[in-house]
Design a protein around this ligand. Structure first.
Ligand SMILES: *[C@@H]1O[C@H](CO)[C@@H](O)[C@H](O)[C@H]1NC(C)=O
Ligand SMILES: *[C@@H]1O[C@H](CO)[C@@H](O)[C@H](O)[C@H]1NC(C)=O
Ligand SMILES: [Cu+2]
Length: 324
């Protein structure tokens, strides 16, 4: 029957969109600003993730065929910024960390910025609930079931127009070289900051990750109860660290000390500070040597790749979950 067919098509669509997602709505202090893609650049990948060596392609900057959004949102330090899921998705249900990167618009106009310059990381979320190997496959992560990637704009970001790139990495297929990257870029103007120095360390995007990085080629399917590597570069001083490698500190947001600081934040992750910048626009540019500097976060990844790891597809993950 027609209605049945329509209904099952809708249900099929709903389950797909809740499994996969992108971000198109900007939140400031938890209030939606404008409509879909008013401030977040629209792209043509839809809700499908970027995987494997695609993370080295130019599209990885702001996603496939990303087009300038019509408007630029002005925020001040201390404002909470959220990138809400598109297509009616209502919660991230893939296990993995979130990152937010920013790059200053080279000519002062974020609508025209191509993202080929240097990016710094303003926020990182990891594990908010200590648990066991099974919870690491789902609700241990800070972002689990949240419908947006969010952070508080740090005081350490100077005034100016920026591209802001929010990302979630889904790790369920990561052990098979298929970590899934979900991300989009917003056009944001920071106003009212007292900071003057350009924040660092910086990286290029693409170039921030390689498939072989310990944080990207990570197995959730062994006995690991923590995620001891942080992906990419460390968060800038004053940026936001939410959760921790093992979740034992709970759902807390603390200011990062920065690459050369000395707090309890994973500040010894100083790989990118010393890494040479990748050539701009270099699609095949090698990533900064992430594995060299990520050790300060502590922990043990060798429990990965244990028996019973499923195929890399989301479907396999869902089957596995429903069996457990
Ligand atoms: C991922 O890690 C496993 C286990 O250490 C290794 O065998 C495999 O070659 C790695 N894959 C990539 C793409 O680096
Ligand atoms: C790392 O984890 C593996 C697998 O669980 C374990 O055999 C090994 O002893 C651990 N290493 C350290 C240094 O904790
Ligand atoms: Cu998926």
């Amino acid at each position: 029957m027609k209605t049945t067919a329509t209904l099952s098509a809708l249900i099929g669509l709903a389950s797909l969109t809740s499994a996969h997602y992108t971000f198109d709505k900007l939140l400031v202090n938890d209030v939606k600003q404008g409509g879909d893609n008013t401030y977040i650049r629209k792209h043509t990948r839809g809700y499908m993730p970027t995987k494997g060596t695609e993370i080295l392609a130019k599209d990885f900057t702001c996603n496939t065929n990303a087009q300038a959004a019509p408007q630029v949102m002005t925020v001040k330090p201390g404002d909470k910024i959220g990138f809400q899921q598109a297509f009616g998705a209502n919660g991230i249900e893939h296990p993995g960390p979130t990152q937010v990167y920013m790059t200053l618009a080279k000519n002062g106009d974020s609508k025209k910025e191509d993202g080929s310059g240097d990016w710094f990381k303003v926020a990182q979320s990891l594990i908010c609930k200590a648990g066991n190997a099974e919870s690491l496959r789902n609700d241990a992560w800070c972002s689990w079931k949240e419908n947006n990637v969010n952070f508080v704009m740090p005081e350490s970001v100077p005034d100016g127009e920026y591209l802001v790139r929010a990302e979630h990495i889904a790790l369920h297929g990561a052990h098979a070289g298929a970590a899934e990257f979900y991300y989009a870029c917003a056009q944001i103007k920071v106003q009212g900051s007292k900071a003057t120095a350009a924040p660092g360390p910086t990286t290029k995007i693409p170039g921030v990750y390689a498939v072989k990085d310990k944080a990207i080629n990570f197995s959730l399917w062994g006995s690991s109860t923590s995620y001891p590597e942080i992906p990419g570069i460390p968060v800038i001083a004053g940026g936001e660290m939410r959760g921790s490698a093992d979740g034992k500190s709970g759902d807390k947001r603390v200011a990062a000390a920065g690459a050369s600081g000395s707090s309890s934040a994973p500040a010894t992750n100083n790989n990118a500070a010393a890494a040479p910048a990748a050539p701009s626009g270099g699609n095949a540019a090698p990533a900064p040597s992430n594995n060299g500097g990520n050790k300060g976060f502590g922990g043990n990844t060798s429990a990965a790749a244990a028996a019973g790891a499923p195929a890399s597809s989301c479907k396999a993950r869902r089957v596995k979950r429903s069996q457990s």
